[in-house]
Ligand binder design. Structure first.
Ligand code: ZN
Length: 869
């Protein structure tokens, strides 16, 4: 069945229940069912999502790199323990002992936050902190390039040693997922498959199914993600790092820098061209590319295959951190890399062949066909590519050999990944939202084309103005000079795309294909950006993708200068398979990894340094470990305060106020909380002189408020003559707690209702989604928020809002699921009918741009789904 996100949200009720009664799945309308892999021996599990039983499934969203269950100061039990140890660990033993005795002694009546009691406990913790120190090794490779013998030094660490550290770490034991599982959203008995992490997707399930299933011994996969990026090589850093991440750990741990976070496995050899590439003939270009690929795969063979190859086939028994013995099979089923890197991993010829895709045999003239239903391209597989390679090797004539390889876009390289089980490189390379969409399609193709088209129409100045007038929204970058700003950042392009349609639609002619292509691209991009994706959503993504294809072909037909035959255009062809096989694209998007590059360079520097000194003393290792924890703790503090500062700064309140409100909300039965409450005022005069309300409403405010209260609170008695005083306190902001339609986690909006916001004194009357009718999306603008004290002393929060109604006005081009709203009547309302904040963008270029708005349904994933996309 189709799940209406709006409806399913309402069934959760806006107010999260704090009920502690045990869940009863039989009576639940809405729950998540977990089907464990049969090898695990575990029974299916139910996670209720209904309001009645929601308390049983605590899913507090943290949004931090380190989830709350794992503190950044691990392995130290508490922050005071770490900070105390930091100042003391270099001190002599007797000083440490006497200080501990003092702190825990009877003369210290206030006690101490320190849980470390004894000096041996400290030593134990320091030893634990040191344990992630796999030594760097180096090796030499030589290869003949352009008739010149060249030597390369590679620096690397043994990946299996790191795997052992992760799986034997008791502090990670509860977080490691040993067996894959399938997740279903169940609504009224109808099952809908959900995928997020790799262990909820199909590839891992299938890998597990092929392993021996012997009672009494667990045979488990230990899949790894490999990330590499030659783009990191600059004249300054000279680095080509390769990272490994454990897919068995949830993303918050895997993408973090603490225990279980990324592991710098080594550096790829860099092969600089000693000749001018422009002077090379095609054959010489192919030869140079081939030599590079050959060394590339020799490095992978040395670093990855030597350590993991045999183990990936035969497994190795390990007693894990939970004291359970398992036979573990490492594998590299996911590679996170941009297109160029994917060509290297697969040893394919990219632009030097007629088959430019590293994953399938699409021809260059077929790159524009991405509609999944319509077409099939033969996938590359290890068996297939290996056969081509072997056939070519047995050919006598060099010419035959070369043409056989050329016909499959392959280099004569024995691919290192062929030797690691469950690590088919053509399947491992993955869809990358950052390079394929934000940069590849939107940033480098659609956005420059739009600017060019507007330049031709002489309306690009207006675009800049409109983009600068887009109302602000937390997390959405605001562009004052969008057309003049030089940009090369994927996130910025994505932010432009999110606000672009309302700004551009009236500047383009009627029924413009550009409007449709932007919309279709944004819709499939939003779908692929979900952290949790259902089967239905995959199907909808394919529909949007087909629309994108349709409009790109129409544009190509109409304008010869805009052709969509570049390799990145083809990538979405593989995106549905990637979601089904490997989980949500955020698992393998290069963006997550890129954010952590600085940290890796830092640790790499230390790593190299250590390698020079083979006699690393224990104290040096401890210093390194303590510095690493300090770095993580600092990053954690920074992230936490940046996140709060971002929200707070946007709403013009202090971080402390946000922190307090969030804590308050989580302890409250209500899903909203007013902030910035003012002094007590008499309702008869409070709003008499506020300029942003219509004159008649100002005059009538008190009478209308009393009528509303009488209607709404009929258990209260109010005097008919209105002669008793009503006291009110005005509020300038509201925190609204909602459940995300993306993944059912709890989230908070902080919205303003304020005539003089921050330094510029701009008015900020934010918009909200309100619950009026069950199957409609209704919106309102908050005009006044206040808390009212009744004559009985009871206090209630009340809001005055201006409702929006659907507008009859239509833009030049009506895009799919476009909603236009206009100002309607002004009414009192209780904030319990507020659902969450909404981003409305003015209908620039319309008759009344100050009273006509579009719903921005691509502002975030929750809105995208809530709006019925
Ligand atoms: Zn392909």
């Amino acid at each position: 069945m189709e799940i209406n996100p709006g409806l399913s949200y309402r069934s959760l009720t806006p107010s999260p229940s704090r009920s502690t009664s045990p869940p009863n799945p039989a009576h639940s309308r809405l729950y998540i069912e977990i089907e464990h892999h049969p090898h695990s021996g575990l029974k299916n599990e139910i996670i209720p999502l209904d309001s009645d039983s929601k308390a049983a499934a605590p899913q507090r969203s943290t949004g931090t790199i380190v989830p709350r269950s794992r503190h950044p100061w691990a392995p130290f039990p508490s922050r005071p323990d770490f900070e105390w140890a930091e100042t003391m660990y270099l001190q002599p033993q007797d000083i440490i002992k006497s200080q501990l005795k003092g702190l825990h002694g009877s003369w210290n009546p206030n006690g101490t936050a320190l849980t470390i009691q004894t000096e041996p406990q400290l030593r134990d913790l320091l030893a634990k902190a040191r344990q992630y120190g796999v030594e760097f090794e180096s090796d030499q490779l030589t290869e003949e390039i352009d008739a010149e013998e060249r030597a390369f030094t590679i620096r690397f660490r043994d990946p299996w040693q790191w795997v052992l550290e992760v799986v034997t770490d008791a502090s990670l034991a509860d977080d490691i997922v040993w067996y894959p599982y399938r997740k279903y959203l169940v609504v009224d008995g109808a099952h809908q498959r959900l995928r997020d992490e790799a262990y909820t997707a199909d590839l891992w399930w299938d890998m597990q199914s092929k392993l021996p299933h012997i009672p009494g011994m667990h045979h488990c996969m230990f899949p790894l993600l490999l990330w590499l990026d030659e783009g990191r090589v600059t004249s300054h850093t000279n680095m080509y790092p390769m990272l490994l991440r454990s897919l068995s750990l949830p993303s918050a741990i895997r993408n973090g820098s603490g225990n279980g976070g990324s592991f710098l496995v080594g550096f790829m050899a860099q092969i600089k061209d000693h000749r001018d590439p422009k002077t090379r003939s095609t054959a010489e270009k192919v030869d140079f590319a081939y030599r590079k690929r050959k060394i590339y795969h020799r490095v992978h063979r040395r670093v990855l295959v030597k350590s993991l190859g045999k183990r990936s086939r035969d497994g190795e028994a390990v007693v894990c951190g939970d004291k359970t013995a398992r036979v573990l099979y490492p594998a590299i089923p996911i590679i996170s890399a941009d297109g160029k890197e994917a060509d290297a991993v697969t040893a394919t010829r990219a632009a030097l062949a007629h088959f430019p895709c590293s994953r399938c045999l699409v021809r260059t003239d077929q790159l524009r066909d991405i509609c999944i239903d319509g077409i099939h391209f033969d996938p590359r597989t290890t068996d297939f590519m290996r056969r081509i390679f072997e056939e070519s090797q047995s050919m006598q004539s060099k010419r035959d050999r070369e043409s056989h390889l050329q016909n499959h876009g392959l280099h004569a390289v024995e691919n290192a990944f062929w030797e690691i089980e469950n690590s088919d490189p053509y399947k491992s390379v993955s869809y990358d939202l950052l390079h394929s969409d934000d940069l590849g399609k939107f940033g480098k193709k659609i956005w420059p084309a739009i600017q060019k088209v507007l330049e031709g129409l002489k309306t690009n100045g207006l675009l800049t103005k409109y983009m600068g007038d887009v109302p602000r929204w937390p997390g959405l970058k605001h562009f004052e000079n969008v057309t003049t700003k030089e940009m090369n950042n994927g996130q910025e392009f994505f932010d432009i795309e999110k606000s672009l349609l309302p700004c551009v639609v009236q500047l383009l002619p009627k029924k413009s294909p550009w409007v449709h292509i932007i919309r279709a691209h944004a819709r499939y991009r939003m779908m692929l950006g979900l952290h949790c994706i259902s089967d239905q959503q995959i199907a909808r993504k394919e529909k949007y993708q087909a629309e994108y294809e349709k409009w790109s072909k129409q544009i190509a037909k109409r304008y010869s200068e805009y052709q969509f035959n570049f390799p990145k255009q083809h990538d979405p062809y593989h995106s549905s398979d990637d979601v089904r096989d490997k989980g949500a694209p955020s698992v393998y998007c290069t963006r997550v990894n890129e954010g952590h590059h600085q940290e890796n360079r830092d640790s790499a520097t230390r790593g190299n340094h250590r390698d020079n000194d083979k006699q690393v003393s224990e104290i040096d290792a401890t210093k390194e470990a303590m510095a690493r924890i300090r770095m993580i703790v600092d990053a954690y503090d920074k992230e936490l305060s940046e996140e709060l500062d971002g929200v707070a700064g946007h709403a013009g309140v202090t971080s402390a106020a946000v922190r307090e409100a969030i804590e308050d909300l989580s302890a409250s039965d209500d899903h909203w909380r007013y902030g910035g409450l003012g002094r007590l005022e008499d309702s008869r005069s409070a709003f008499r002189n506020v300029p942003w309300l219509p004159v008649d409403l100002r005059r009538d405010f008190d009478r209308k408020l009393r009528a509303f209260l009488r209607d709404t609170f009929n258990d209260e008695t109010f005097r008919a003559d209105g002669e008793e005083p009503l006291l009110i306190r005005r509020s300038s902001c509201i925190y609204i707690h909602y459940t995300s339609a993306e993944d059912y986690t709890d989230k908070i909006d902080l919205l303003r209702c304020n005539p003089h916001f921050q330094t510029h004194g701009d008015a900020r009357f934010d918009c909200i989604n309100v619950n009026i009718k069950d199957d409609a999306l209704d919106f309102a603008r908050m005009l006044c928020l206040f808390r009212c004290r009744f004559p009985s002393k009871r206090e209630e929060d009340i809001a005055l809002v201006r409702l929006f109604r659907p507008s009859t006005w239509k833009p030049n081009t009506v895009w799919e699921n476009c909603r236009v709203l206009e100002d309607g009547k002004t009414v009192f309302m209780l904030p319990k009918y507020f659902i969450r904040g909404a981003h409305l963008i003015n209908a620039f270029g319309s008759r009344k741009p100050d009273a006509t708005f579009y719903l921005n349904d691509v502002v975030d994933s929750d809105w995208f789904l809530r709006a019925g996309n």
